[in-house]
Design a protein around this ligand. Structure first.
Ligand code: G1P
Length: 242
């Protein structure tokens, strides 16, 4: 299983914090944001990792992370995304790196409590398709939202005005090797990006999407509120009375 960490984009929702640095280098409690998703992969046994970054501060990732020594890695792979083409465009840049393997993709601004090791092991055994994680949230209109029929996800809507459930699709995705041919079929969305939600809906249509509801907390850093919430959750996890 290969791992991909997505840390591109221009972080415009967090201006002016992101005027002189990349969003994923901002602090979350006592570490730069990007440390947490890399650790989530390594803790799940995924150690062959490519980081996709972009913007004006891409070189800082190399200075910060080097060959991944902080995570016990011998090497870390890097690639560069020009502009803001979306999550699926960033993932498509990793086609040669992933080769014939499966891949677990994590957004560089997503934090979870606990480990995804069991889900990764389950997906290793899943013959084909994809696997996503869902989490009940109070503000589903800010995320991709899953519609379920019994034990199946039947549709995902990106940032719906009127969400049909409160189940957000969190930013950790597992795919088989068909993901790259799916990425090639995508058209830009209204925000001009290739959407990961369109990739996930393609798997749903193929009938081989599985999911898990994440047990612990989950946070992302898409807004100022989400960023402060992530800081507080991670600090409290480390025993800080915040
Ligand atoms: C992205 C995805 C969305 C997902 C979210 C999780 O949103 O498009 O489906 O729920 O990450 O963090 P974005 O941050 O690109 O707006």
């Amino acid at each position: 299983m290969k791992g991909v960490v997505l840390a591109g984009g221009l972080g415009t929702r967090l201006l002016p914090l992101t005027r002189v640095t990349n969003k994923h280098l901002l602090p979350v409690y006592d570490k730069p944001m990007i440390f947490y998703p890399i650790k989530t992969l390594v803790d799940a046994g995924v150690t062959d990792i490519m980081l996709v970054t972009g913007g004006n501060n891409a070189g800082e990732f190399l200075r910060l992370l080097g060959n991944g020594e902080d995570f016990g890695l011998k090497e870390l792979h890097y690639t560069y995304q020009k502009g803001e083409g979306g999550i699926a465009q960033a993932l498509a840049l990793c086609e040669h790196f992933v080769g014939g393997d499966k891949v677990v993709v994590i957004l560089g601004d997503n934090f979870i409590q606990g480990t995804i090791r069991k889900a990764v092991d389950d997906f290793e055994r899943q013959p084909e398709g994809a696997k996503i994680f869902l989490k009940e949230v109070p503000n589903p209109q800010e995320f991709g939202v899953a519609e379920l029929d019994g034990e199946k996800v039947i549709n995902i809507v990106e940032k719906p005005v009127n969400p049909v459930t409160n189940l957000a699709v969190i930013g950790i995705y597992m795919y088989d090797n068909h993901v790259f041919e799916i990425c090639k079929t995508l058209k830009p969305s209204k925000r001009g990006e290739l959407e990961i939600t369109d990739v996930n809906n393609a798997y749903i249509q193929r009938g081989n999407m599985t999911f898990e509801v994440l047990p612990g907390w989950w946070a992302d850093c898409g807004s100022f509120e989400a960023l402060i919430r992530s800081n507080l959750l991670v600090a409290r996890e480390n025993g800080v009375q915040a």
